[in-house]
Design a protein around this ligand. Structure first.
Ligand code: ADP
Length: 623
């Protein structure tokens, strides 16, 4: 017998689950049934597509038994089963790439953490809320050897050889005091109805029924062994929409989405045209934990005529909609459609295209009809929608209506349409500024003159804005212009400004000479009012933030792009400097104009010691 230790993450998780999900401990049954159903799905697929399994007689079913006296509960299936490697790899670790990052997000604050754990599908491990010992007897389809996995949910579990008549898995819970109530016929029936009615395979419950025969002294107890089917066993998505209650949709979601929260919303489509297919999509209230990991688990399952085909294909949804969970069931795909050819399949790509259109249409619908819900949606999914802006050209116009931005003029999020509505008639472009965080952006000197003129600027503090927004180009007739770049201030210039520019030209030439290759150019600015200077990027160069982002992403040789230094011709410092002949003062001030502008933009100074020396020389003169 081999003894194994749980991966550290798992034992940490076990403790957390047991403490936090306690008020919902009944969900363990939903998790076991949903695992059994997945196991039946997998074997069914093999019996239809794999020569080795085609001859197999397969009547998929789930069996539940209990023993009130011994306080045990058993859930069995005749599905795919597991061998010892599967047991070790799948039950010994929570096979989710998000587990680690999930644990990192925990704060130690019990109420916040309970909320987080609520979002994290804990699956099989939920059994340890109601049992102090769990045994899994399992035999993989196509193999002879069966295995018994056993654990008390503490540090370790054991795996040993065992025997099982047919393939499949039997999970036996030795219920603890809190769980003993579940060794009960009515409890189980009620829980199956509530959580697992839609499971597409029959679920049978075995129980003993006591009855009495005869009267008085002749009265005899009679025990009958019974076996009833306790679920509807029809695929929920195939039922008429009008027959499905909101609660049924929600329970279905929780079971396929491994989530403990209701979905934010769902979309059920039964298409009856040249192509016949059904889709049932859900948007989780909280973005999946692994959403930003390269090995995220896609959330959409593909069925062909109710037969499960795959749940790990990234072809079913475009990457930017990877947060969507649900089911696609097609009548037109061949059952043995290989996962590999899905990509080139014409039927699949048509279903996918119209699914995307439907989903985006529904998002738009919610934005118009239920702003509060849309707000929640945006808080979770604004960023993936922005990814869509550069990856899904066909739906760009819709996506442009869906994404939201922060703004210099409003609190919270705003749409491009709302920006346009607020715009002054003579304004020629949509302005935006990119940078690290909202606070820095709101205080950026680059915004001063725009603010004075009442021109709204969108604040882009998402790291992907740098990449996405320039690629948008235009919203309708309006160009999107980055305030961080040259050329965006044309609109702010008056005749006066142009005169002023001429006047400071000689000074700017001198500053440029002093700064040498530290800058690309030194120009007069019309976008500054209180600050003496700012830096911007040249039209086609990456901004300071973008350069930093590239470095943070591990890109080594990020070339040095010199900024353009913009100087405020109306600022007292600049005016005084113009009349000064003190060359060493000019040198210090020139550098300080550049360095302070870099600091406000969140850029790093190469030689902070030099900066401090200069600053002190100037202070000495001033004091
Ligand atoms: P999830 O179902 O979210 O993957 P679980 O912790 O519930 O997470 O299960 C872990 C893995 O263990 C499953 O993905 C599956 O591979 C395996 N497993 C669990 N129950 C069964 C079962 N009844 N039959 C076959 N495999 C199972």
């Amino acid at each position: 017998m081999a003894k194994h230790k749980f991966k550290t993450e798992v034992s940490q998780l076990l403790k957390l689950i047991i403490h936090s999900l306690y008020s919902h401990k009944e969900i363990f049954l939903r998790e076991l049934i949903s695992n059994a159903s997945d196991a039946l799905d997998k074997l069914k697929y093999l019996t239809l597509t794999d020569e080795e399994f085609k001859k197999m007689h397969f009547e998929p079913r789930i069996e539940i038994e209990f023993d009130e006296d011994k306080s045990t509960l058993t859930v069995a299936d005749n599905g795919i089963g597991m061998n010892s490697e599967d047991l070790d790899g799948q039950l010994g670790t929570i096979a989710r790439s998000g587990t680690r990052s999930f644990l990192d997000q925990l704060t130690g604050d019990a109420s916040k953490d309970a909320n987080l754990i609520g979002q994290f599908g804990v699956g099989f491990y939920s059994v340890f809320m109601v049992a102090d010992k769990v045994e899994v007897l399992t035999r993989k389809a196509g193999e002879e050897q069966a295995w018994l996995w056993s654990s008390t949910g503490e540090e370790a579990y054991t795996i040993k050889e065992a025997a099982r008549e047919e393939n499949g898995t039997t999970v036996t819970l030795h219920l603890n005091d809190e769980g003993s109530e579940y060794a009960n016929r009515w409890q189980i029936e009620q829980l199956v109805k509530k959580y697992s009615d839609h499971i597409a395979f029959p679920i049978f419950l075995e129980y003993d029924q006591k009855s009495y025969e005869g009267e008085g002294d002749d009265k005899k107890e009679k025990i009958e062994h019974k076996r009833d089917q306790v679920n509807k066993a029809s695929a929920l998505w195939k039922r008429a929409k009008s027959d499905i209650t909101e609660e049924e949709y929600h329970e279905f979601y929780k079971s396929i989405g491994h989530d403990n929260e209701d979905p934010l919303f769902y979309l059920h489509t039964q298409a009856e045209g040249t192509l016949q297919y059904t889709t049932l999509f859900f948007v989780p209230q909280h973005a999946p934990f692994d959403m930003y990991q390269a090995d995220y688990e896609p959330g959409v399952k593909l069925y062909v005529k109710r037969v499960f085909i795959t749940d790990d294909s990234k072809e079913l949804m475009p990457t930017y909609l990877r947060f969507v969970r649900g089911v696609i069931d097609s009548d037109d795909l061949p059952l043995n459609v290989s996962r590999e050819i899905l990509q080139q399949n014409r039927v699949m790509s048509q279903i996918r295209n119209s699914s995307v259109k439907k989903l985006l249409g529904e998002f738009k619908n919610i934005a118009e009809k239920d702003p509060e819900k849309y707000q929640k949606f945006i808080e979770q999914y604004n960023r993936p929608l922005k990814e869509g802006l550069y990856s899904d050209f066909a739906n760009r116009e819709t996506l442009l209506e869906l994404v939201r931005f922060k703004s210099s003029e409003t609190e919270g999020y705003t749409s491009l349409a709302e920006y346009q509505e607020r715009m002054k008639e003579e304004q020629k472009a949509i302005y935006y500024i990119t940078g690290e965080d909202e606070e820095t952006l709101r205080n950026s000197p680059l915004l001063e003159a725009y603010r004075k003129k009442g021109i709204e600027v969108l604040l882009m503090d998402d790291d992907i804005d740098e990449i996405v927004v320039p690629s948008i180009g235009k919203y309708g007739e309006l160009e999107l212009k980055s305030v961080n770049r040259t050329g965006a201030d044309e609109e702010l210039k008056s005749e006066d400004d142009k005169e002023k520019e001429e006047e400071v030209k000689p000074l700017l030439e001198r500053i440029k000479k002093v700064l040498g290759d530290k800058v690309k150019d030194v120009v007069a600015s019309s976008r500054l009012s209180d600050s003496p200077s700012c830096i911007v990027a040249d039209e086609n160069d990456p901004t300071v933030q973008m350069q930093q982002m590239l470095k943070a992403m591990g890109q080594k040789d990020v070339p040095e792009y010199q900024p353009i230094l913009e100087v405020n011709p109306n600022h007292p410092i600049v005016n005084k400097l113009r009349d000064s002949q003190d060359e060493s003062l000019l040198e210090d001030v020139s550098f300080l104009l550049l360095e302070q502008a870099m600091l406000v933009e969140g850029a790093e100074l190469k030689k902070p010691a030099d900066f401090v020396k200069r600053l002190n020389r100037i202070l000495e003169k001033a004091v």
